[in-house]
Design a protein around this ligand. Structure first.
Ligand code: SF4
Length: 376
């Protein structure tokens, strides 16, 4: 049966008005807030995004400020959220909006999809939430809710399943809008579906059906299969990568280098890392080969970091080196960073975009004076 008409939609909308969470980007009336929050929310939990969103908007409250923001500041504001390409795309998108769209986000979802970083879901979310355009916004929450409501046993990771849900929701939206021409609150309806998935029709096999405003309309519940839905093919296991990370110290300064502009953690700074688990001798040889003179070496406890598709298992060494002749100052161009790396103080390190993968080194070891190290 699922959702079929205005009466069903009304149940959902009524529940949403009473239960929606207060979120910093919700009901602000500013389309840019919808856009930035939707980009931040990709692959990221609402609770984690709240603080980042507020900080980002305080630092960059206008399109002009975003478009002109230096990459390093942008990445710093994004540090810890992951998927840094999203931050770069926000900046590119702001530049395109200023250049080609009079400084406004388009209303048309097809035009929105032409913009950097905006795919079908985000275009639907911006158009419907910011402008009340009757288009669906099918995210993970909506996929789960809809597969349960319709008792659909198809794999929700398959594009064909998502497409079928999108088409059914589009048909439903047209029907609701025609029934209440111009007054139907598409923005609230789409957010209500998402909110239902976040608060009631929750993942991992345990929906809270007794609290659900559309339980009577739910085919999955009627058939008693709601806890087995949605169906999805098993995920590929993460790839393990073993690395050795070096904290090279020249007195109170640390050596960091900038990662390539494409790929994992693109453009961010890092402590240099090498594949495999290296011995002290191998580390010292590498340090020599790079033109540094090691004075002392100390093994640090291993640590690890989990990305979506990769897990880094890292061993680490702190190596005290003689002062290098060609330490590059911060703020030089990217090519120079990539080639030479830079030496920065602890305070300067805090201002760089350093991935959270390396934070354990900073917080646990890098502030300690280089004691109890073995002489080389
Ligand atoms: Fe989800 Fe249960 Fe509501 Fe069905 S009745 S939509 S399974 S919470």
């Amino acid at each position: 049966m699922a959702l079929q008409n205005s009466a069903d939609a009304e149940l959902l909308l009524h529940w949403y008005q009473k239960n929606k969470r207060s979120l910093p980007w919700r009901d602000t009336g500013n389309p840019e807030d919808v856009w930035i929050s939707e980009i931040m929310l990709q692959q990221t939990r609402v609770e984690a995004v709240k603080e980042y969103f507020v900080r980002f908007r305080e630092a960059l409250p206008t399109l002009e400020a975003i478009a002109a923001c230096p990459d390093e500041t942008l990445l710093r504001l994004w540090e810890g959220l992951g998927y840094y390409t999203r931050a770069r795309n926000i900046k590119k998108c702001a530049q395109v909006l200023l250049r080609d769209h009079g400084g406004e986000l388009p209303v048309d979802p097809l035009e929105l999809r032409e913009l950097p970083g905006i795919g079908p879901y985000t275009a639907g979310a911006i158009a419907s939430i910011a402008y009340n355009v009757p288009v669906p916004a099918v995210d993970g929450n909506v996929l789960r809710v809809f597969s349960r409501l319709t008792a659909c046993e198809d794999d929700i990771m398959e594009p064909a399943t998502k497409q079928a849900f999108t088409e059914r929701l589009q048909d439903l939206l047209w029907q609701l809008v025609y029934a209440d021409w111009k007054n139907f609150p598409v923005a609230d309806f789409n957010q209500a579906l998402m909110e239902l998935g976040a608060l009631v029709c929750i993942p991992n096999g345990a929906p809270l059906c007794e609290r659900c405003p559309v339980a009577a309309q739910c085919d999955g519940r009627r058939l008693g299969i709601q806890e087995t839905l949605p169906r999805r093919a098993p995920k590929k296991p993460r790839r393990d990568e073993v690395r050795t990370v070096l904290v090279l110290r020249d007195g109170e300064r640390f050596y960091v280098r900038q990662r390539p502009s494409k790929g994992l953690l693109a453009g961010m700074f890092e402590f240099p890392g090498f594949p495999g688990t290296l011995s002290e001798e191998e580390v010292l040889k590498l340090v020599h080969e790079r033109g540094f003179t090691p004075l002392r070496i100390q093994a640090l406890p291993p640590f690890h970091h989990v990305f979506t598709h990769i897990e880094w298992h890292m061993s680490a060494y702190e190596v005290q080196i003689a002062e290098p002749l060609s330490a590059t100052a911060p703020g030089r161009n990217r090519k120079e960073h990539a080639r030479n790396g830079i030496f920065v103080t602890r305070a300067e390190l805090e201002k760089l975009a350093l991935p959270s993968a390396f934070r354990p080194l900073l917080s646990r070891y890098a502030l300690r004076p280089p004691r109890r190290q073995k002489k080389c």
